[in-house]
Design a binder for this molecule. Sequence first.
Ligand code: AMP
Ligand code: ZN
Length: 113
Amino acid sequence: MDCIFCQIADGKVPSEIFYQDKEIIAFPDIHPLAPIHVIIIPKKHVPSIAHINEKDLSLIGRMVNVANQIAENKGISDRGYRLVINCGKEGGQMVPHLHLHLLGGKQLANGLT
Ligand code: AMP
Ligand code: ZN
């Protein structure tokens, strides 16, 4: 499998690890768009949020919880931050392995486009 995020999850591509458990791993974005830019993924290969089924719903909740904990650890909970999931081509998804972006540590622009 030549999925870069699977390779990070498997430890085949080294990365700083902010958090991991049996199902989830979090690591820095290689091209950060903010002082804090963390990628949170399920270890199993799910191509996008569109591929989440009913039994995976708790996984999404846990990913959000991990993002919140990392925000807390990095001291930006009170300042605010952004969680983003891009989905598919027109949604701007470039890496086809479901991931949640945690962005923060600066004033982010208003708007979503
Ligand atoms: P998206 O547009 O939502 O698919 O975002 C993919 C993100 O993955 C981008 O912000 C990239 O900078 C990031 N990225 C790509 N390759 C790596 C990598 N090897 N390690 C960490 N982040 C990566
Ligand atoms: Zn993958």
